[in-house]
Design a protein around this ligand. Structure first.
Ligand code: GDP
Length: 300
C-alpha cells in the first residue's frame, strides 16, 4: 500500500502543490479564486464540484482570517473529502451464496483496462484464499481471451472461453456452470466493450446478466474507466450507466495522470462509488479506493 501511495503521489502531487501555493498566497482576490477554480477543473473535478469547493473555501478562509499553510491544507482536505464521500460503502461483493458463486461482471470500453482489472481482481481474491473462475465473454477479439488466459494461469484461476465470435452470454453461462461444478466462490466475467450502438450494447450486456441470473446472482457490475481519458471517458461511462445497472467504478491508469479529480466527477454524475483503482499494469497494482489516502496523495 505504501508503494502504491507513493506511485499515486508522484503523479498527483503537482496539482496539490499548485493549489496550496495559490491558496497560501497573500493576495486571495477574485482572480486568485478563479485560478484555483480553473486548477480544480483542469484536474477533471468537474465544474459543479469545483465551484462548490471554491465557494466553501472562500467562506471558510474569510471567517478564518490570517491563514497558515497547514490550515489551508486542512480546509482543502475537508472540502475534497466532502465531495468524494468518506462514509460511502465501497465494498466489492463477490459471493459466494451457499453453493453458488457470486458473479462480478466487468464492463467498459475497450482499452480502458477491463481484462487487466479482471486479472488483478482475481489475483486479490485468490490471494485471500478464495477460488475464482474467469469467463472470457469478450468474444469479438481472440486476443482478449488469450490475454485473460495468461492472467488466469498467472494467478491460478481457470478460464472459460469459446471461439472468436461466440455468443458472450453463452460464455458467461458456461463460466458460471463451471464455477458451480468447482464450488468456486466467485466468477468474474470480462465482457466486450464495443460501443457500436447503444441498443446493441444494451442487448448484449442485458443478455449476459439474464443468463448469469439463471444460474446464480450478479453481485457487482463494475464499470472500468480510464482516468487519463477525462471528459471523453465520462461520456462513455454515461452510456454504460444507461444500459446496465452499474454497482461500482474501477478507475484505471491513475498512475499515469494528475487528473484524479475525475473520481469526484464520475461519482457525482453516475451516483455510483469508485470502489477500486488501477495504479499500474502489474498483478498487484489494484487497490481499494481509499478517499483519505487519495486526498493526502493529491495534497502531497
Ligand atoms: P480492455 O480492452 O478494456 O480489456 O483493456 P486491457 O486490460 O487490455 O488494458 C489496456 C492497456 O491498459 C494494457 O496495456 C494494460 O496493461 C493497461 N492498463 C490497464 N490498467 C492499467 C493501470 O491501472 N495503469 C496503467 N498504467 N496501465 C493499465
Amino acid at each position: 500500500l505504501v508503494r502504491l501511495r507513493a506511485r499515486l503521489a508522484r503523479s498527483q502531487n503537482a496539482l496539490g502543490q499548485g493549489l496550496l501555493t495559490l491558496l497560501s498566497s497573500d493576495k486571495l482576490d477574485d482572480d486568485a479564486w478563479d485560478e484555483i477554480e480553473d486548477t480544480l477543473i483542469t484536474a477533471d473535478i468537474g465544474v459543479t464540484s469545483a465551484s462548490q469547493i471554491v465557494e466553501n473555501l472562500r467562506t471558510k478562509v474569510k471567517v478564518l482570517g490570517g491563514r497558515t499553510p497547514d490550515e489551508v491544507r486542512g480546509l482543502l482536505r475537508e472540502e475534497l473529502l466532502a465531495q468524494i464521500g468518506t462514509d460511502t460503502d465501497r465494498t466489492v461483493r463477490t459471493g459466494p451464496h451457499g453453493d453458488r458463486p457470486g458473479v462480478v461482471m466487468v464492463v467498459g470500453v475497450n482499452g480502458t483496462g477491463k481484462t487487466t482489472t479482471t486479472g488483478k481482481l482475481a489475483r486479490v481474491l485468490v490471494g485471500d484464499g478464495r477460488s475464482v473462475v474467469l469467463g472470457a465473454a469478450d468474444t469479438f477479439r481472440a486476443a482478449a481471451a488469450d490475454q485473460l488466459e495468461t492472467w488466469g494461469s498467472r494467478v491460478g484461476a481457470p478460464v472459460v472461453r469459446k471461439d472468436e465470435g461466440a455468443d458472450p452470454a453463452s460464455v458467461a453461462f458456461d463460466a458460471v456452470s463451471r464455477g458451480i461444478e468447482e464450488g468456486a466462490d466467485t466468477v468474474i466475467v470480462d465482457t466486450a466493450g464495443r460501443l457500436h450502438t447503444k441498443t446493441g450494447l444494451m442487448d448484449e450486456l442485458g443478455k449476459v446478466k439474464r443468463v448469469v441470473e439463471k444460474k446464480s446472482q450478479v453481485d457487482e457490475v463494475l464499470l472500468v474507466l480510464d482516468a487519463t481519458t477525462g471528459q471523453n471517458g465520462l461520456r462513455q461511462a454515461r452510456v454504460f450507466a444507461e444500459v446496465v445497472n452499474i454497482t461500482g467504478i474501477v478507475l484505471t491508469k491513475l498512475d499515469g495522470t494528475a487528473k484524479g479529480g475525475i473520481i469526484v466527477q464520475v461519482q457525482r454524475e453516475l451516483g455510483v462509488p469508485v470502489k477500486l483503482v488501477g495504479l499500474g499494469e502489474g498483478p498487484d497494482d489494484l487497490a481499494p479506493f481509499d478517499p483519505e489516502g487519495f486526498v493526502d496523495a493529491v495534497l502531497g
